[in-house]
Design a binder for this molecule. Structure first.
Ligand SMILES: [Mn+2]
Length: 357
């Protein structure tokens, strides 16, 4: 029995190697994930088993599209691979998948006992349930490394770029694997989503190069037009209460021992920004937040500017100092700033106040 098992494993190993090398143009490949993977493929519980590529919970477009594109890439290298999602997709992802006629992957409820490739995250708090009892074989990500995911032999690929799809694009390029039109389309959508149409501060030259190449393959004539169309659905808050709008994209952080709430609201253009702002201001004047300090950043997509509303004792002063502005009544950013950057400045301001006091 043991001998048979060993024979089957070796056979699978040899077949895997042959298929891997057969899929690659001889002498051209500089970089191949499966080359490395094959070295520890026997560690993977059952090599004949499907590997699932999955993104984080509360999926965004990068997480969904990168999972599909990376699974497609692995399939082209003859790896038994399928994409999964760890929750319902949002309206923006729905738009992208419909636009390029790509089916939504099935939801995976629990990853325990499965071979898993994680994309777009590296912490178990954001991962599908059961991840600590899964066999994680790869992590492809562009986030800070807070990783607490345990794995014997994961192939870990992380780059400080604007989008996971950019790394996936690089995998295709480096392995000289052809990118299908539909897959190019959803990767293009993912990059525009994560980099706010290549304008966000985390956008790198590689993201721009990837987006330009994918746009060409997907035959999208006008990038800005596609982006606005993609965001239109996402930024209509019709039928939603002010409270629902505020908590659509909401995070809490602690600054100098003070509990802060941070809401991000996206709108399509200046007039929409004003309309939503008036609604939210009215709501906030009638409802006290739970947090000591409460900030709402409303940005608009057309010119990528933003305005921040501040609530709570000393909130306006703290924000003015964090943004290095004199005006304590109106916080307008001509160019939208990443939330993380503002949160860091707020934290530093509060800590400075504490030491000064
Ligand atoms: Mn991402």
């Amino acid at each position: 029995m043991r001998a048979l098992k060993f024979f089957l494993r070796m056979w699978g190993f040899i077949v895997g190697m042959v298929l891997t090398f057969a899929a690659l143009p001889v002498g051209e490949c500089k970089f191949d994930i499966d080359d490395i993977r094959s070295a520890f493929i026997e560690e993977v519980e059952e090599i004949s088993k499907t590997t699932y590529v999955i993104g984080h919970t509360c999926p965004d477009s990068d997480t969904v599209c990168s999972a599909i594109a990376y699974a497609n890439f692995k399939q082209k290298l003859n790896v038994k691979c399928e994409a999964r999602i760890s929750g319902e997709i949002n309206k923006e992802s729905e738009f992208i998948l419909n636009y390029f006629d790509v089916p939504t992957p099935p939801i995976m409820e629990n990853a325990a006992g499965q071979n898993i490739i994680l994309v777009d995250h590296n912490v178990s708090a954001q991962a599908v349930a059961g991840i600590n009892n899964a066999c994680v074989v790869e992590i492809i990500d562009h986030h800070n490394l807070f990783g607490d995911i345990k794995s014997k032999n994961a192939f870990y690929m992380t780059m400080p770029v604007g989008c996971t799809a950019t790394i996936v694009w690089l995998c295709y390029k480096q392995n000289k694997v052809k990118i299908d039109k539909k897959i190019a389309g959803i990767m293009f959508g993912a990059i525009l989503s994560d980099t706010d149409n290549l304008r966000s501060a985390n956008t790198t030259n590689l993201d721009v190069e990837a987006a330009e190449n994918l746009q060409k393959i997907a035959s999208i004539a006008d990038r800005n037009k596609f982006f606005l169309e993609m965001e239109r659905e996402f930024t209509t808050y019709d039928g939603m209460t002010a409270r629902e709008i505020i908590f659509t994209d909401f995070k809490e952080f602690c600054a100098g021992g003070r509990r802060c709430g941070w809401s991000t609201v996206a709108t399509l253009n200046k007039s929409e920004l004003v309309r939503i702002k008036n609604r939210l201001e009215k709501f906030m004047s009638e409802n006290l937040p739970e947090q000591e300090l409460f900030f709402i950043k409303i940005h608009e997509i057309e010119t990528y500017s933003a305005e921040i509303l501040a609530y709570g004792d000393g909130a306006a002063e703290i924000l003015a100092s964090a943004l290095e502005t004199e005006n304590k009544n109106r916080f307008v950013l001509e160019k939208n700033l990443p939330n993380k950057k503002i949160a860091r400045a707020i934290t530093a301001t509060i800590e400075n106040l504490k030491t000064a006091a």
